[in-house]
Design a protein around this ligand. Structure first.
Ligand code: SF4
Length: 377
């Protein structure tokens, strides 16, 4: 896989380049440099923003291509328009068939849902994807079909301002998984901080409650995620969930508690969660293979997952989600299939499958080359 160096002093254009280049290069193969350093075995992109014109010099496989455009007058849909220009220039050289156009770092179905909720017709939404983001007609149709299904299933309508959804973050974990790029602090090192954090959260929830009452809104759903919310000590868990209970009404459709890792979600905590307004829990194995779990820095085993799950069923939870990651280091497609089968044997109500995202902040990426992970080296 080729690497690229990028020289660009303008912050706005650096951002566009870092987003768009991930369509053509692995994120770990993109390096921003501070001076012109052309290498024979690397591609090079030099973007210069003048008062009127932007010049792009793209050296690929030893050949330099130059493109100039006027960005001063681009005001309407500025970000989208400039990204489209840069993408078209890069792909005029790369010549790749990219059915998703330059959509990157977004959830396209969510975009489509939002367009519908804003009142766009299907034809108008289709034009946004095909003309503005250069998505292929086939993919645009797929997106719009999924968005319409999403709206039907969730019962959302255009008028949703009378309800809100809340996300509550518990950014503490027993330790850091090697692939993790989220905000997460080790539980042991922050023991003193956690009660203070929960008190602040509860104060914030009280403010939110006042605000939504003033606006005559109701809470439609709550998601308590992380981090690993299941790591909270019993008394703090009870305190937080009691505050969440106060926010819920008979209009509240779902309250999810993401317990996270099985080894921390013991019987007492499960019983505590069951005593509150929680309607759905998540137990996240990520893999059903002990060696892979060790490789990614998890401290639990497959046995812990099964025990935790069975106990949750005994405690009366009837809406359990389990998370799994596809593409973890050391896992072949056949192993993944086997692990997925083992996971489904649990009989949960839903499974969320994530693809491994190779983010620079993750320990895994600091110790490995992205391509080696892809090749299971
Ligand atoms: S459990 Fe989730 S948030 Fe916590 S370290 Fe692992 S990946 Fe990060």
């Amino acid at each position: 896989m080729r690497e690229i160096s990028v020289l660009c002093y303008d912050a706005e254009y650096r951002k566009y380049c870092s987003e768009l280049l991930t369509i053509f290069y692995l994120v770990t193969n993109i390096e921003f440099v501070e001076a012109s350093t052309e290498f024979a075995d690397k591609d090079f992109l030099h973007v210069t923003k003048g008062t009127d014109l932007v010049e792009m010099r793209y050296t690929k496989d030893g050949q330099t291509h130059i493109f100039l455009f006027k960005d001063k007058d681009i005001e309407k849909d500025r970000i989208k328009t400039i990204k489209k220009i840069i993408f078209q220039f890069l792909n005029s050289i790369q010549q790749l068939d990219l059915p998703w156009g330059f959509l990157s770092g977004v959830r396209p179905v969510k975009m489509a849902v939002n367009l519908f909720l804003k009142g766009c017709t299907r034809q108008e939404a289709y034009r946004v994807f095909v003309n503005d983001y250069l998505v292929s007609p086939k993919k645009a149709d797929l997106l719009l079909d999924l968005a319409q299904m999403d709206l039907q299933l969730t019962g959302k309508s255009r008028v949703i301002s009378d309800s809100v959804s809340l996300y509550i973050s518990i950014p503490f974990c027993p330790n850091r998984c090697t692939y993790c790029s989220f905000t997460s602090y080790p539980f042991d090192k922050n023991k003193d901080l956690i009660p203070v954090y929960i008190d602040c959260l509860i104060k914030e929830l009280a403010h939110i409650q006042r605000s939504i009452q003033e606006k005559n809104q109701t809470v439609q759903s709550v998601y308590i995620g992380g981090g690993t919310p299941g790591v909270l000590p019993l008394s703090l868990l009870d305190k937080l969930l009691s505050a969440v209970d106060h926010l819920c009404t008979d209009q509240t459709r779902e309250v999810t508690f993401e317990a996270g890792r099985p080894e921390v979600f013991d019987d007492d905590k499960q019983k505590c969660v069951k005593n509150h307004y929680v309607t759905r829990i998540c137990i996240n194995p990520q893999s059903m293979d002990d060696e892979i779990l060790r490789n990614i820095g998890r401290r639990h085993t497959v046995k812990d997952i099964v025990q935790c799950f069975d106990n949750a069923v005994k405690n009366g939870f009837d809406n359990i989600n389990t998370d799994m990651i596809v593409g973890l280091p050391g896992e072949t497609p056949d192993q993944f299939k086997k692990n997925l089968g083992l996971l489904l044997d649990l009989g949960q109500q839903s499974v969320t499958v994530h693809t491994l995202a190779m983010k620079k902040k993750a320990v895994l990426m600091q110790n490995h080359n992205a391509q080696d992970i892809v090749n299971n080296k």
